[in-house]
Design a protein around this ligand. Structure first.
Ligand code: N01
Length: 548
């Protein structure tokens, strides 16, 4: 396949072997399709393969952040902590790959670089790293929402004399910060998790913060065996409930609005949830995402806790978010994050007051002075949701590029398929609940929908499926309208594309909720894939069954 002459390759190509790619491969195999996955990394795990930075940990509880598709799998796997750390989640992904014998159909260290739809053959012409080409009928993008790491455009970054690490592409061998002066740029979820751990290792840590973030104590602890048993004894029913919720996660949802109770009751509720830890805090009242005054009660409660925890009032003030509603950027969960700023070896640089001028060989120069660093950590996030998709040169009908099609923001039907790109599915793509949900719940729903759609295609003898432009227009409008009814667009967040210079400001995920979204997808399928069009098989494009 390396001579540049297109060969057929698998019938279905899955791009990525993270949680989405692994389950997609398993489902396709179960349906008798011939599929291969192509993975840029050397192993499975996706985001949990690349994000090995110190302190990396899930912010959804272990008993909920796992696959539900196999009862034996969910019964046999044992999580050790309430919130699993990256090595354990990666071990879980590896276990799944081995248990279901998926590795034989994954091509590692292979990046999908380009894919053009060949209208004469109804096949994708896909170029892999190294120049090999394959011609699958169907392309499933399981590329993840937070997988295109973003380096900041700070002058002089390349001139830094010491090593520079990005949290989203951490060295497999780990990094020893002992005795070093470390600079961390960025205080999103990644920075907030890494900072306390690096502070414990480094001689000195300087944190460069542009925007302070709301963070709630995770309350992580060894997993309580009684809690584990309660879940495992009732797993199927709890998973079914989770699928009907807004975020695909069971929380202690309050039926009350924040302003419907008096201040003392409100504070009691916040205090109880703050000490229990976790994102349950954000469900203390049912209107925090939509009512500004309600939201402010939660935001000010967090600011008060920061002021209590941090010894230096000036530092506490700089760490206190004020200019966007709580929860409209992904809420962070931490382990002694604010406490870290009481350590004598930690300095906070408030970039809003003292901005970075440039990076020099010896460190970071702000308007006021040079902050000497031996190593730099970029916790600067991702070109989220669209970055990994647009990193592949995707061309649909008439040679239209996805980059052009999405130049004013992502467009697709149901978050599953852009019009003009037949047989191209996106798992947890923009326009679907994806990053606003327990992503494994959303992955399972998308994979099941796509698998059943492909089976329906086979049944009909169709060669192609593609979404209608009118259906796409209606969906994009709906996604925008639902977001506009919330406080989310108020924050300059990566949900809005605001962290990438020049990226269109569009609220990308679907905020209508996992339960409501699933119903819409199911309704579309039950109505014969309403809003999608099947194309007839041509001789060269007839669907194939796997030999096995
Ligand atoms: O990235 P981010 P992340 N100069 O984009 C700063 C998931 N996740 O990797 O806000 C100075 O949130 C930037 O500042 P500002 C989770 O969904 C989950 O932390 O743009 N600073 C910000 O502080 C999360 O939301 C888990 O002003 C610059 C930071 O870098 C998502 O991934 C763990 C800068 C980037 O924050 C992304 O989180 C980790 C510059 N030029 C991640 N450019 C868990 O499950 C950027 N910044 C717990």
């Amino acid at each position: 396949m390396s001579d540049g002459i297109p060969t057929d390759g698998p019938d279905i190509a899955v791009v990525g072997a993270g949680f989405a790619g692994l389950y997609m491969l398993h489902r396709l195999r179960g349906l008798g399709f011939e599929a291969l996955a192509y993975e840029a990394g050397a192993d499975v795990g996706g985001t949990w393969y690349w994000n090995r930075y110190p302190g990396a940990r899930c912010d959804i509880e272990s008993m909920q952040y796992s696959y539900s598709f196999d009862e034996e799998l969910q019964q046999e796997w044992r999580w050790s902590e309430r919130f699993a750390a990256q090595p354990e989640i990666l071990a879980y992904a590896r276990h799944v790959a081995d248990r279901f014998d998926l590795r034989r159909d994954i091509r590692f260290d292979t990046r999908v670089e380009a894919a053009a739809f060949d209208e004469a053959r109804d096949r994708w012409d896909v170029t892999l790293s190294g120049g090999a080409r394959i011609r699958p009928r169907v392309l499933v993008m399981a590329t993840g929402c937070l997988s295109a790491a973003r380096e900041p455009a700070i002058p002089g970054l390349a001139s830094f004399a010491g090593p520079t690490y990005h949290t989203g592409a951490w060295p497999e061998a780990g990094v020893d910060f002992a005795g070093l002066r470390v600079g961390v740029i960025g205080t999103g979820s990644s920075g907030i998790q890494a900072i306390p751990v690096i502070a414990g290792e480094a001689a000195h840590l300087t944190v460069f913060q542009r925007t302070p973030n709301y963070s709630i104590p995770a309350g992580n602890a060894p997993l309580d065996p009684a809690h584990e048993q309660a879940w495992k004894g009732d797993y199927a029913a709890r998973r079914a409930t989770a699928r009907t919720t807004k975020s695909g996660t069971i929380y202690d949802f309050s039926p009350h609005g924040a302003l419907s109770v008096d201040e003392a009751a409100r504070r009691r509720e916040y205090a109880a949830r703050w000490s229990a830890g976790g994102a349950n805090f954000m469900h203390a009242f049912n209107d925090l995402a939509v009512d500004e005054a309600a939201n402010e009660t939660a935001a000010s409660f967090v600011r008060e806790r920061i002021a209590e925890i941090v010894d230096d009032p000036q530092v506490a003030d700089a760490l206190s978010p004020r200019d966007y509603p709580i929860g409209t950027k992904r809420i962070c969960l931490d382990t002694r994050y604010f406490e870290t700023f009481n350590r004598p070896n930690v300095t906070l640089v408030d970039l809003r007051r003292d901005p970075i001028a440039r990076i020099e060989p010896d460190g970071i120069r702000t308007a006021e002075r040079l902050h000497a660093c031996d190593a730099l950590v970029l916790a600067t996030g991702f070109d989220a949701m669209t970055g990994a998709l647009l990193a592949v040169d995707l061309r649909g009908r008439d040679g239209e590029t996805l980059r052009d099609k999405w130049s004013a923001g992502p467009r697709n039907h149901l978050g599953l398929m852009p019009a003009g790109f037949p047989n191209l599915f996106t798992i947890t793509g923009p326009g679907s609940p994806s990053v606003l949900s327990n992503v494994i719940v959303s992955i399972e729903q998308h994979v099941d929908w796509i698998a059943e759609c492909l089976a329906a295609m086979r049944e009909r003898g169709a060669a192609t499926i593609e979404s209608d432009r009118a259906a796409e227009d209606a969906w994009v409008e709906h996604v925008g309208a639902v977001a506009a009814g919330t406080l989310y667009p108020r924050a300059a967040s990566w949900y809005m594309g605001a962290n990438v210079p020049g990226k269109p400001r569009v609220f990308m995920p679907y905020i209508g909720g996992v339960g409501a979204y699933r119903q819409q997808c199911d309704r579309v399928a039950a109505a014969g894939y309403e809003g999608f069009r099947f194309g007839p098989a041509t001789l060269s494009a007839a669907p194939r069954r796997a030999a096995s």
